[in-house]
Ligand binder design. Structure first.
Ligand SMILES: NC(=O)C1=CN([C@@H]2O[C@H](COP(=O)(O)OP(=O)(O)OC[C@H]3O[C@@H](n4cnc5c(N)ncnc54)[C@H](OP(=O)(O)O)[C@@H]3O)[C@@H](O)[C@H]2O)C=CC1
Ligand SMILES: O=C(O)CCC(=O)C(=O)O
Length: 431
């Protein structure tokens, strides 16, 4: 592990290693991504010019099943970030005991500058470039930052065209009309809600006495904000890429969400409006939001938000990580010393991939479930794994993050050892 974000992610492995009895060979294997692909994607722009975009797909590990993970469109996407996101997917799928390994993809692009047709050509071009390396039994895609069901639909369609057969199982988070699962759009937030509702009673923290600040008001942050507000929590601050708003008495999340959703711009894909201009409230920066004196802080945007530089300003009692990798390992240690509880990404945001798994199962069986069935199964899994990680944390006197890695490592170690030694030397699924 030589580069920074992945190296930082890897320190979590080192911390957890002390509490598991799996082979050194298995740990050594898990320190490196199994397979990283970097592609150039040519796109004919609306003005007739040709633009080349950089795309990535990383399959970090596929010992427990096909690679699984989202695709991010963002100007800062790079190989190091995608490898780190794929690392986290590996442990997340093991935490939830899903029959998947970890993968992730991305394109370096500001998608808000593209027209809908350019976005479609880019998405189809990405699949053309990586088609040999993905598949329903190889590596399965899904949405992440600035990608959505519409984009997943284009990707699934392009893969089906290339394979000359309808292949819904290659992508999850699709539109319902193309084999998507009911409940997937809200699943990451719903899963986090189930985990929060399992954890807070252990601290005798009641919803109506709990203030919440949420950074990021997209597919996961906005939905969780609304779920929490509906259940009596006081959501006092929310933010997006342009800044945030704060109201001591609590925000009207439903109206703010409606404002954001109704602000789809002329490009007709991304919301151009910000929470900042949705209602008349005190406007704050993202840094100010992180430092608010609230009970719960929920980072739901990007990685590296709580760092050694700003950690001492954090006043929340509990941090629930809805984003992937929002807390650096250095900041984590300081939060622990300060007695702030951190509930880790690989557990808290795992509801999305769990319902992606349900979607993949439904695609394979051809039988589609009701929202009640999806949410019942999601709740069962989130509550069971949250309780198990809580027990490990209490029994071993370790943080919830280290406990989550211990839980995942035990499952990964078992699978690696069941495979024997060949897998340590041969990338069997990579031709
Ligand atoms: N979607 C999923 O199923 C899952 C997502 N996650 C993780 O959750 C996080 C959010 O993903 P998702 O909601 O899907 O993404 P979206 O693209 O739907 O939303 C991202 C949100 O973050 C905001 N944002 C972007 N940059 C910043 C910034 N620098 N500071 C503050 N806010 C910012 C965006 O603002 P604006 O609206 O102004 O663009 C937007 O509100 C990511 O870390 C992702 O990896 C984890 C598991 C599953
Ligand atoms: O639904 C999925 O497959 C993965 C979602 C994702 O990218 C994530 O959990 O970070």
């Amino acid at each position: 592990m030589s580069n920074s974000l992945l190296a930082d992610a890897g320190t979590r492995l080192q911390d957890a290693m002390k509490y598991v009895s799996i082979s050194e060979d298995a740990i050594e294997r898990l320190k490196y991504p199994k397979f990283s692909l970097n592609v150039s994607i040519p796109v004919r722009m609306d003005d007739g010019s040709l633009k080349i975009f950089q795309g990535y797909r990383v399959r970090y590990d596929d010992t427990r099943g096909p690679g699984k993970g989202g695709v991010r469109y963002h100007p800062n996407v790079c190989l190091d970030e995608v490898q780190s996101l794929a690392f986290w997917m590996t442990f997340k799928c093991a935490v939830l005991n899903l029959p998947f390994g970890g993968a992730k993809g991305g394109i370096t692009v500001n998608p808000k500058t593209l027209s809908k047709l350019e976005l479609e050509r880019l998405s189809r071009g990405y699949i053309d470039a990586i088609a040999d390396f993905i598949g329903p039994d190889v590596d399965i895609l899904a949405p992440d930052v600035y990608t959505n069901a519409m984009i997943m639909g284009w990707m699934m369609d392009q893969y089906s065209i290339i394979c000359r057969k309808i292949s819904p199982g290659v992508v999850t988070g699709k539109p319902m009309t193309m084999g998507g699962s009911i409940g997937r759009d809200e699943a990451t937030a719903t899963g986090a809600f189930f985990a929060i509702q399992t954890i807070l009673p252990k601290f005798e923290q009641l919803p109506q006495e709990t203030t919440v600040a949420i950074q990021g008001f997209g597919k996961v942050g906005a939905v969780l904000a609304e779920l929490l507000a509906k259940s009596g929590y006081k959501v006092v601050a929310v933010s997006d890429s342009l800044g945030g708003i704060y109201a001591k008495q609590g925000l009207d999340i439903h109206s703010i969400r409606q404002h954001k959703l109704s602000s789809q711009g002329i490009k007709a894909v991304y919301c151009e409006g910000s929470v900042c201009n949705s209602v008349a409230h005190e406007v704050i920066t993202n840094q100010e939001l992180l430092a608010l004196d609230v009970d719960i802080l929920i980072p739901a945007a990007l990685e590296n938000q709580i760092t050694e530089e700003n950690v001492n300003s954090i006043k929340a009692k509990y941090i629930f990580e809805l984003a992937n990798g929002p807390t650096t390992s250095g900041a984590d240690k300081i939060l622990e010393e300060k007695g702030i509880w951190v509930f880790p990404d690989i557990l808290i945001n795992a509801g999305g991939v769990t319902v992606s798994y349900f979607e993949w199962v439904q695609n394979r069986s051809g039988l589609y479930w009701t929202l009640e069935e999806v949410n019942q199964r999601l709740e069962q899994k989130m509550v069971a794994e949250t309780e198990q990680i809580w027990s490990i944390s209490q029994q071993q006197s370790i943080s919830m993050r280290t406990a989550a890695y211990v839980h995942a490592l035990n499952r990964l170690g078992e699978a690696l050892s069941a495979k024997g030694t060949r897998d340590y030397y041969v990338n069997s699924l990579v031709s």
